[in-house]
Design a protein around this ligand. Structure first.
Ligand code: AMP
Ligand code: GLY
Length: 424
């Protein structure tokens, strides 16, 4: 089977690496990929927003399955276009990807399906004054969210009416998120611990992969700006077996059913971002794809044939026994460029990537190769991941940070407390 993975980050490196373990695999391509994927697959340097050239490549190279990593091509309808010419795709059509593209749509689906989530109210940009009045009588903290895609930056946690008005102004008046901020959701603040859950689905049936926890803030102790994710661990102890059953029956199943009944069948990975509250799990957000960096810790824990699972889901007949979790844990620490998530320099040489212990995987996220050297090329540069056969997160954390000590580049920055919440 020939497979093409779309994307160029750490998540796509993890997807590609897991796919190479399959005996079903013929040739693996990554579009456009990165130096990490170049070592295990063939990178194809084409513009993935140009659907025609992706289709042409897939047809010319007898691609049996396309796995789409990031949300933007899904929202833009790349899966629709590929399916139209008969190519199997793991990833939803644009209609189902709307669950990530518009938070108001996700809320609509959840209310229809009776899925637990924070209470909220919606405002359009034309109703700025009404929204400001509403903010004056709200309970704080409260959460203001841009309705559309904003690369993880469209959420503000506000502690006072002044802060909330500032956030609203930036979306409605300064339009920092462009059209994505034309509508906002003002949501109740949920207290608890966060967890990420991936459901692999053919649109009807699903399997849930081990839970994980991301670390969204830039600083230790969850301080500072939100980022794409500074590290992750799996499994997340806060998601007990009983909790997972509730998540499956009260969140994933009804959501897929509601999407189906709207004529928006979801094929791919439905990512539920959850707050585990005193009243049980509540949905913070849905994504229409695997999480980054959560994928880097979840996939190494899977035994069996990951490609078989993706292919069977894409074909509409999920093989729910293709993979299993039989223990073990992983911790991924993101090595970032100092300054991220704001401005940072790039182009620094990375050393120390060779001769790391066997249980360490270094996923490439923002790197490039030049004259045989690997250089930094993004905010999140590497995902240094320790994988253990035993479920011992403290040990996995120790190994990940030991490996990180051997890796060098100028202006390296990382959090030092990844997985501490689970270890405490
Ligand atoms: P999102 O982009 O929707 O995942 O939100 C980014 C982050 O903001 C989440 O990972 C949470 O840490 C936080 N967040 C979002 N919504 C809420 C909420 N209703 N209550 C508390 N924290 C939230
Ligand atoms: N790690 C958060 C996300 O993938 O959206």
């Amino acid at each position: 089977m020939n497979v093409a993975v779309i994307g160029s980050g750490g998540r796509e490196h993890a997807l590609a690496l897991k796919i190479t373990e399959s005996s079903l695999l013929g040739k693996l391509y990554v579009m456009p990929g990165n130096p990490g994927t170049a070592a295990i697959a063939e990178n194809v340097n084409l513009n993935v927003s140009d659907k025609e050239s992706v289709i042409k490549f897939c047809l010319n190279n007898s691609i049996d399955l396309v796995v789409i990593g990031p949300e933007q091509p899904l929202v833009d309808g790349l899966a629709n276009a590929l399916r139209m010419v008969g190519i199997n795709v793991f990833g939803p059509d644009s209609a189902a990807a709307e669950i990530e593209a518009h938070k108001s749509f996700a809320k609509y689906i959840m209310s229809k399906a009776g899925v637990p989530t924070g209470k909220y109210i919606e405002f359009n940009a034309t109703k700025y004054d009404v929204a400001v009045d509403y903010l004056k009588q709200k309970k704080y903290p409260c959460v203001i969210k841009a309705d559309g895609l904003a690369a993880g930056k469209g959420v503000s946690i506000c502690n006072s009416p002044e802060e909330a008005e500032e956030a609203l102004k930036s979306m409605f008046i300064q339009k920092v998120f462009g059209d994505s901020g034309e509508k906002v959701l003002i949501e109740e603040f949920l207290e608890g611990e966060e967890a990420s859950v991936f459901a692999i689905t053919d649109g009807n049936n699903f399997v849930i992969l081990p839970s994980s926890q991301d670390h969204k803030r830039i600083g230790d102790g969850d301080t500072g700006k939100n980022t794409g994710g500074m590290g992750a661990y799996a499994p997340a102890p806060v998601v007990t077996t009983k909790m997972m059953e509730i998540i499956a029956s009260k969140i994933i199943a009804p959501t897929l059913q509601a999407l189906n009944s709207e004529g928006k069948k979801f094929i791919g990975c439905l990512y539920a971002g959850l707050m585990i509250t005193e009243d049980g799990p509540k949905v913070i957000e849905f994504n229409c794809r695997f999480g980054d960096p959560e994928t880097q810790v979840v996939l190494p824990l899977l035994k069996g044939d990951f490609l078989k699972m993706l292919y069977s889901a894409a074909k509409g007949k999920l093989d729910s026994e293709a993979v299993e979790y039989a223990g073990g844990c992983a911790v991924c620490v993101v090595a970032a460029s100092k300054g991220y998530p704001e401005s940072y320099e790039k182009g620094f040489e990375i050393t120390g990537l060779d001769n790391l212990p066997e249980n360490i995987i270094v996923y490439h996220a923002g790197t490039k190769e030049e004259n045989g050297k690997i250089l930094t090329n993004g905010g999140r540069v590497l995902g240094v991941t320790a994988v253990l056969e035993q479920n011992n997160l403290a040990e996995a954390k120790k190994l990940a940070y030991e490996a990180l000590q051997k890796i060098h580049f100028e202006n390296i920055y990382y959090r030092t407390d990844i997985a501490d919440k689970a270890i405490k």
